[in-house]
Write a protein that binds this ligand. Structure first.
Ligand code: SF4
Length: 434
């Protein structure tokens, strides 16, 4: 695939796109080097290689987000080879972003949530961060709950090629402990004062009904805590209608059945496990059946934006690869399915960990094309999404930074700024100093 456009060249080539959105794309695809700086929260690796092996840098166990000067929120993970470095201010002020190994400052930064509870344990000595996880550094304190800490696709090397969950050693199916959950949710609420959403997720099983059973067990346990829940999402393999109905009856607000990639040719290359387990055509049927159960806009489908460019010879240009995914998003909209995307982050431990990230031209095409779909299809934005919690995509940033051009259709009606209250511990409050 031709071309490797620099950020400055992209800013010149795409004057209709706010510079912060392009910088965010560059930061997501490359990650950050952390200098000696206090950012993010301690991250418990439930399921990836770095959680299983010693000898990795301490920064690998930190995750969170930073905000650019105009408020754009960016997911932040450590990459020792990144061209961007976060450095602390020697006078104790907020950190700033630099071009690695140079004295070229890119911009100042403010920090996203820095949470104390992820280093705490329950009375039963369970690490709280092993029960709930801060979801993608979202500024409103969204949580993820990983309930199947293994994926059967790994057995025959059929794991999704972008996934780093695959070197996780012994399979473990967790059982929820209601007391641990209640105590942890209490500690989270005391500290954050906001939980943007709660996403349930985990590895895949070839028996999808059994996979759904685990989601129901966990939802029941979370309900038993008596804690008032925010919007809940089940991120799970595509289920047949009876199992989708069970999710709905259990109280899930949204079902997320992620195709990850759109084109038929990409399915066997990128998601071989999903290809064998369900298959693309049947996955799409499960999605449309689920809309009849959850309602329009309440079934989500995520795409790993950029991973298409890793398949040699398939697309002539980054724009052609983006157009393929936009075609998939359009199909979703036509069928009442809300399309989401997250920038492909090249992860250690994934099959594609030696690939170059997708070019900026790809993201320029995709982010603008996706925004146009808000105009073309009246599908409301999920309650999970806000400008502080969408740390790996650009829908909210574009709508906020250039509303005349990008807050169109449903993107103009959604309260991107105020969908959730901001969490305490965000942006240098007293909790952030913990
Ligand atoms: S289904 Fe794919 S993305 Fe999910 S855990 Fe398994 S390999 Fe990873």
């Amino acid at each position: 695939m031709p071309s490797e456009m620099t950020l400055d060249a992209a800013v010149r080539a795409f004057p209709e796109i706010p510079r912060s959105a392009l910088l965010k794309a560059d930061l997501l695809r490359y990650g950050f080097q952390f200098g000696q700086v206090q950012v993010g929260s301690r991250h418990y690796h439930h399921h990836d290689e770095r959680g299983q092996k010693g000898g990795v840098a301490a920064q690998a166990h930190v995750q969170g987000s930073v905000r650019l000067p105009d408020g754009t929120t960016v997911f932040m993970a450590h990459n020792p080879a990144s061209p961007y470095t976060i450095l602390s201010d020697p006078d104790g002020g907020p950190p700033s972003l630099w071009v690695s190994g140079t004295d070229e400052k890119v911009c100042g930064l403010s920090t996203g949530p820095r949470l104390g509870w992820t280093s705490s344990r329950t009375k039963r000595d369970t690490p709280m961060a092993s029960i709930f996880t801060p979801s993608l550094g979202g500024g409103c304190g969204p949580l993820a709950l990983f309930l199947l800490r293994h994926c059967e696709f790994v057995v025959d090397n059929e794991e999704c090629r972008f996934c780093s969950w695959v070197r996780m050693g012994k399979s473990r199916e967790m059982r929820p402990d209601v007391d641990d959950m209640r105590e942890t949710l209490g500690a989270i609420w005391d500290e954050q004062r906001s939980i943007g959403y709660l996403a349930f997720s985990g590895g895949s099983l070839f028996d999808r009904t059994r996979e759904a059973d685990a989601f129901l067990t966990y939802m029941s346990a979370v309900h038993e805590t008596g804690v008032k829940l925010p919007a809940t999402v089940a991120a799970i393999q595509a289920l047949d209608a009876p199992d989708s109905q069970r999710l709905k009856d259990a109280g899930f607000d949204y079902a997320c059945y992620s195709m990850e990639v759109w084109a038929e040719e990409l399915w066997k290359e990128i998601v071989p496990g999903k290809t064998r387990s369900v298959g693309r055509a049947h996955w799409m049927k499960c999605l449309t059946d689920a809309v009849k159960i959850f309602g329009e806009g309440r079934v989500l489908c995520n795409f790993v934006a950029g991973v298409e460019t890793a398949v040699p010879g398939l697309y002539d240009s980054p724009e052609a690869a983006a157009d393929s995914t936009l075609e998939g998003m359009k199909w979703c909209c036509e069928n009442g399915i809300y399309p989401r995307y997250a920038v492909w982050i090249v992860q250690g431990g994934a099959r594609l960990s030696d690939q170059k990230p997708a070019p900026l031209e790809y993201y320029a095409r995709l982010m603008v094309g996706r925004q146009q779909l808000f105009q073309d299809y009246p599908l409301s934005v999920p309650a999970t999404d806000c400008v502080h919690c969408l740390t790996q995509s650009f829908e909210a940033d574009l709508a906020r930074l250039d509303p005349g051009r990008y807050a169109i259709g449903e993107a103009g009606r959604h309260p991107w700024e105020h969908a959730h209250p901001m969490a305490h511990g965000t942006g240098g409050s007293s909790l952030a100093e913990r």
